[in-house]
Structure formats: C-alpha cells, structure tokens
Design a protein around this ligand. Structure first.
Ligand code: DAH
Length: 339
C-alpha cells in the first residue's frame, strides 16, 4: 500500500511538473482528487481495512493527498506567472513605431465653394437667407415676371407636386419672398437646392444647387452690379481675373446679362479648360425688372436693384478642376479625399 501511494504521488508530481495548460491541470486534479480519482478511491477503500490498520493508512493517504494538493497549487501558480509573461510579451508596445495616420473629416468641394462665396458676400455686407425647396408656382414664376402660359416656364422642366405647388427650379423665388417682407434696403444671398427634370450627365443633374443674390436700394445701377460681381470673381478666382458681361435674357431682370470670367488657367489665351475661348461663363445677372419690384410691393420709381444667380456645382467644378459633375454626388471616398 505504502509503495502504491508513493508511486501515485510521484506520478502526480511528474505529470504536474510537465503540465502546460489549464485544461490539463484540471484533468490531473480530477484524475487524483476527483470523485473517482486514485487517491479518493484509496480513501474509500479504507473501510475494508481492519480497525487497527486504518489510522496509520489514513494518515498516509492524507499526507499523499496534501502533497498532491500542494503540487497542484504550485503548478497553478507557475502556470499563472507563465501566462502573465506570455501576455506581457504579446502586448508589448514598440513606442518607436510611427503613429497611425489620423483621418480627419473635411468639407465636400461644394460646401467649400459655398463657404468661400458666403465669406466673400458676407464681407461685402450681404445677409445669407434660405427659402423653401417646395415652393408655390407663384414665387417660382409669376412674381418673377414669368406669367402662366409663358414659354420660359417650360424651359425649366419643372417637377410639379400640384398645379400650384412645385419643387423650385431656381433659387430666384427667395428674391420675391425677401422683397415682399418689405425691409429695405436688401443685400442678400440665398444658397439652396433646386430641381429640374433633367437626365444625369457630366454637366446635368435633376437636383443641384444655386446661389441667388439680390441688392435693392435707392440709386442702384448697373455699375454697382458690375463692380460687385467683378470683385466677387477676383476674390473667388484670383486678383488678376477679368470679367465681361454679355447681353442675355431673363424675365426677372432688365437689362439682363451673363458674366464670363477670364480663364484662370490660361489667363485668356485659350486652352482646353476654357474650350479655347479664354473666357468661362459663370453666372446670370441683371437689373431687377420693375414688374418684379412692383409685384413684391416695392415702388420701382424710388428703388432699383440688381440680382444674380450662380450654379454652385459649376463653381466647384471650375475651382477644383473637376471634369464631371457626377463625381460630386457619388461620395466616393477616394475622390473626396483629394480635397
Ligand atoms: N434663375 C436663373 C436660372 O436658374 C439664374 C439667374 C439669372 C438668377 C439672372 C438671377 C438673375 O437672379 O438675375 O437660370
């Protein structure tokens, strides 16, 4: 019996010494001290011994059990410290490695172009006013001197919601809304989304953005329009930018014009960017039509004004040299990251 115990203890100690995992440790523990474990079996076998033999044998088994328990504890402790060492190694940080590049968000090219335009006009004393995207046809057309049945209504391929309500096809209705409020003088710009039933291509989209501008005061003349818009163009595209005004037609202005800027790539010589013209068209403008002033409750004998409308995407495309409008809407991270 004695020998058998010594062998069991030795074997347990050897196994524990070589034990390499928590699972193996539990297995060994069960094999010796569990309900059916070797030492437990020996203890159970004591009932078959004579009363004289029992105390001495009991003592031996208890000693053996204590030794195995001690060996288990030792093995558990050494495994714990090995595990800690392993984790330390694994989690070791090399502080000399270069840091990960931080990705910081930034504004969309359209937003940047708008911020720039707002900065320029606010600097000249203009207010930024927004108007509704769902609009009455009255504001989108009638009050802008485009009466019902006028062909100019068809030119703007409008999305109608009812016969009176539509998705605005231009930001110009905000002019009428602002004039109607009756607070004079007016210096405002109005950026916003507009809608036209155009199909999508490199220069068209059913939804895009415009920035409207309006100044109404006593004694405003075409010279103010030209001076203000030329100053704007210089700020936006560079000090040496020149402007020219070509006669045009808009119902809500008289006279009306389109403004070109000298090509900021070739400075007027003619290149691929300006299609050999030397000039790039950037906006429509004109002196507010007296009919429009009157329909909005302003005395056209006392007050005059100028107005303009710029396509925001067009400015962003030009300023950041992007050749396809669709890129602005797709939000491809690889494209946006360049700005
Ligand atoms: N609303 C015009 C358009 O969508 C742009 C425009 C032209 C606005 C001349 C104006 C203006 O205020 O005076 O084509």
């Amino acid at each position: 019996m004695n020998e058998q115990l010594a062998r069991i203890v030795q074997e347990a100690e050897e196994r524990l010494g070589a034990c390499g995992s928590q699972a193996e440790l539990s297995e060994i523990k069960v094999a010796y001290l569990g309900k059916k474990g070797e030492i437990t079996q020996l203890m159970k076998g004591m009932k078959d011994l004579s009363p004289e033999e029992r105390p001495a044998f009991g003592q031996l088994v208890n000693d053996a059990r204590a030794r195995v328990e001690e060996a288990i504890e030792k093995a558990a402790a050494s495994m714990k410290s090995l595990e800690r060492e392993r984790r330390f190694k694994e989690e070791e940080i090399d502080v000399t490695l270069p840091a990960k590049k931080l990705r910081i968000g930034h504004s969309h090219p359209c937003q940047r172009a708008l911020d720039e335009m707002e900065r320029i006009f606010v600097g000249m004393g203009y207010e930024v006013i927004e108007g509704p995207e769902i609009e009455y046809q009255d504001y989108n057309f009638t009050k802008l001197n485009i009466p019902e049945g006028h062909p100019a209504r068809d030119e703007q391929d409008t999305f109608y919601i009812t016969d009176q309500i539509l998705l605005r096809s231009q930001t110009s209705p905000v002019q009428a809304r602002t004039m109607e409020k009756g607070k004079l003088p007016i210096r405002m710009i109005s950026p916003g989304r507009v809608f036209r039933s155009d199909s999508i291509d490199a220069t068209h989209s059913p939804s895009f953005h415009q920035v409207e501008g309006l100044a109404v005061d006593k004694h405003i003349t075409m010279t103010d329009l030209k001076g203000t818009l030329t100053e704007f163009a210089k700020e936006l595209f560079g000090e040496d930018t020149k402007t020219r005004f070509r006669p045009h037609h808009f119902n809500f202005t008289e006279p009306s014009a389109e403004m070109d800027v000298s090509c900021f790539k070739c400075h007027g010589k003619g290149c691929r960017f300006c299609k050999g013209e030397g000039w790039i068209e950037i906006l429509g403008c004109g002196m507010v039509h007296p009919n429009v002033l009157e329909m909005c409750g302003i005395d056209s004998r006392e007050y005059t004004g100028f107005a303009f409308g710029v396509g925001l995407e067009r400015i962003a495309l030009l300023k950041y040299e992007i050749d396809d409008m669709r890129l602005l809407y797709e939000n491809d991270q690889r494209f946006l990251d360049q700005f």
